[in-house]
Design a protein around this ligand. Structure first.
Ligand SMILES: Nc1ncnc2c1ncn2[C@@H]1O[C@H](COP(=O)(O)OP(=O)(O)OP(=O)(O)O)[C@@H](O)[C@H]1O
Ligand SMILES: [Mg+2]
Length: 574
């Protein structure tokens, strides 16, 4: 169905090739997962399969041949052949064309010349499957980040192409939504023989759905095989900048301690536990190893009291939300797409005003504080960093806030290089931020906020679309600021981040708070997890399955891979 032969592609002559002699073939109905670090060539590979390379890019150099769905796509006008090849692009918001959600999703199928009734039926069906049926008549501009991605997916699915290429399509979806979309892809493959190419950072999702995984590195296919083959070599994955599934990492640690432990690398918590249980020592040692919850006692720096927010079109996005956050806390806000997370956090920096109730920042009612004054105590990073980046160079972008507050030139010349070094972007000082990758743009956005040394940092989805190393780097920096006293509130769908970094979770569902309590306990509240569309990470599943056996309360089980590996090493009978 897809055949690439010796494909080499350079966007510009003086750049290294984005694709370097890539050959691959994909059979009809195969589900291929593509992983790899930022800049490794994943999107370029997708463009090549779609037939956008070389035609859509001027000035590049192309060699090799690409045949997709029976067409030599690199040669012809085949990029218009959307009846056979469908693509969901990485930045979903750039795809919206219609004035309503329904129109937007119909655009593709209408252009295929399908009968009106077929278009309406299909579009309605897929909008329902991505859970946007209630938003039919709204403008795409009013959708949340995750809803926007869902719309882009529905529009492409409604064309029912033979080959579906999806470039990190579910990065902003809630964990349950990710699985639902993959279930749809899997069904299309099974029922209609659709070939699926999915680029995705989450190894657990790929391990669960893909027949074959490719790791891209430096424009080449560095490894490929079944998920078990590829992820089984956890070390090789890490060397290529790819995070292996947690079960593979744990298995690797056990193998290191006890010699050959697993005949086959476990890819799910169930597989992991099945082989482990018979080898766990019988005598439970009742000590708790989890980190004790430290009660925070600082002043309240963020407060919402009975907050409601009704948008201009009448939609009630927040309903009676009450919460209080103390100075020095690290809080994660999680929940279903459209639950109101972004709407809520925008109240903390005054972009949105409550239509009922009260919001206080640093003890002051935000209605009585001018937005610029608010920015002195609170730093806010948008869900999409591009919504805040505007300066022509990284240096100026990062310097801007200091200028606004009249910080002297001398002081600025000290602080800008300092913060650039913290984020490891000093070499990019003269680069235009918009030419950078998502991870680097995210760093620029964060640096430009943190340079102001805000007491409180509110960040909306700081790790989406970042590769593993970029994630770890950014989260480590946040940890440092937290350790030196900054209050951190992060909106996220990344449950590993929640588990390992935040101390408290606020889960939102349909504009209300569904849970507010310690992160360590959150993952064991089955009803809340269902309500907020949260899926457990394998490590939390393992903790739940093993807690009783090792004699530790589930919420006291270790929250990190290292911690869990150490505990198990103690409890496994040699
Ligand atoms: N400008 C707007 N006008 C009308 N409705 C809006 C507007 N912005 C957001 N909404 C709706 O309000 C609800 C909450 O949106 P919000 O962006 O707060 O969700 P979220 O929890 O951040 O979701 P995500 O995880 O997808 O980012 C959604 O149903 C969304 O469609
Ligand atoms: Mg949001």
């Amino acid at each position: 169905m897809i055949e690439l032969r010796n494909v080499t592609w350079q966007y510009e002559d003086d750049l290294p090739p984005a694709l370097d002699d890539v050959s691959m073939s994909v059979a009809e109905g195969e589900f291929i997962g593509i992983v790899g670090a930022t800049g490794s060539g994943k999107s370029s590979l997708a463009y090549a399969i779609r037939g956008m390379i070389p035609t859509f890019f001027e000035g590049g150099t192309f060699r090799g041949s690409v045949v997709t769905a029976g067409m030599n796509v690199a040669e012809s006008d085949a990029q218009f052949s959307s009846d056979r090849i469908g693509m969901v692009f990485q930045d979903a918001s750039s795809q919206a064309f219609g004035s309503t959600v329904l129109q937007d999703a119909s655009f593709g199928p209408v252009n295929l010349g399908l009968p009106r009734a077929t278009v309406v039926d299909r579009v309605r069906m897929y909008l329902e499957r991505v859970r946007l049926q209630k938003k039919h008549n709204q403008s795409p501009a009013t959708l949340s980040g995750g809803e926007t991605q869902r719309l882009a997916i529905a529009g492409v699915l409604a064309m029912q192409p033979r080959v579906l290429i999806l470039d990190e399509p579910v990065a902003e979806l809630d964990p349950h939504g990710r699985k639902e979309i993959c279930d749809i892809l899997d069904e299309l493959r099974a029922d209609l023989g659709v070939t699926v190419i999915l680029i995705e950072q989450d190894p657990d999702l790929i391990a669960r759905y893909a027949d074959r995984v490719l790791i891209m590195a430096d424009g080449k296919i560095a490894r490929q095989g079944t998920p078990r083959e590829v992820f089984g070599d956890a070390e090789a994955c890490i060397a290529l900048g790819v995070f292996p599934p947690e079960t593979a990492l744990l298995a690797q640690e056990l193998t290191r301690t006890f010699g050959d432990f697993y005949a086959e690398t476990p890819l799910t918590a169930t597989e992991f536990v099945a082989d482990l249980l018979p080898r766990l020592s019988a005598t439970p040692n009742l000590s708790a190893v989890g980190s004790a919850v430290v009660e925070s006692t600082g002043d309240f720096v963020l407060e919402a009291i009975g907050v409601g927010h009704r948008y201009e079109n009448g939609f009630q996005a927040l309903n009676d939300v009450s919460l209080q956050i103390r100075t020095g806390e690290y809080v994660a806000i999680v929940g279903t797409n459209g639950a109101g997370k972004t709407t809520l956090t925008k109240h903390f920096n005054g972009i949105r005003r409550p239509t009922s109730g009260t919001v206080r920042v640093d003890g002051k009612d935000i209605l009585n504080v001018a937005t610029p004054d608010l920015a002195m105590s609170i730093g806010y990073c948008f869900q999409n960093p591009d919504h805040q980046i505007f300066a022509p160079s990284v240096y100026e972008e990062v310097e801007y806030g200091l200028k606004c507050y009249g910080v002297s030139e001398e002081e600025r010349e000290k602080r800008v290089p300092e913060i650039l070094a913290v984020f490891d972007i000093d070499e990019l000082a003269d680069t235009n931020p918009l030419n950078l990758g998502k991870g680097q743009r995210q760093k620029v956005a964060l640096a430009s906020i943190l340079i102001l040394r805000p007491k409180i940092l509110v960040i909306d989805e700081p790790t989406t679309g970042l590769d593993w190393q970029e994630c770890v780097q950014i989260l480590d920096i946040l940890d440092e600021f937290h350790a030196s006293g900054t209050t951190i509130v992060v909106v996220t769908h990344d449950m590993r981040l929640v588990r390992e970094r935040s101390k408290r979770v606020i889960a939102m569902s349909a504009g209300q708070v569904a849970y507010d309590g310690p992160s360590s306990e959150f993952f064991f509240q089955a009803d809340v997890l269902t309500e907020a569309d949260i899926e457990l990470t394998p490590l939390s599943e393992i903790a739940t399955m093993l807690a009783e056996r090792v004699g530790i309360t589930a919420s006291d089980m270790p929250l990190t891979v290292d911690g869990m590996a150490a505990l198990l090493a103690e409890r496994v009978a040699p």
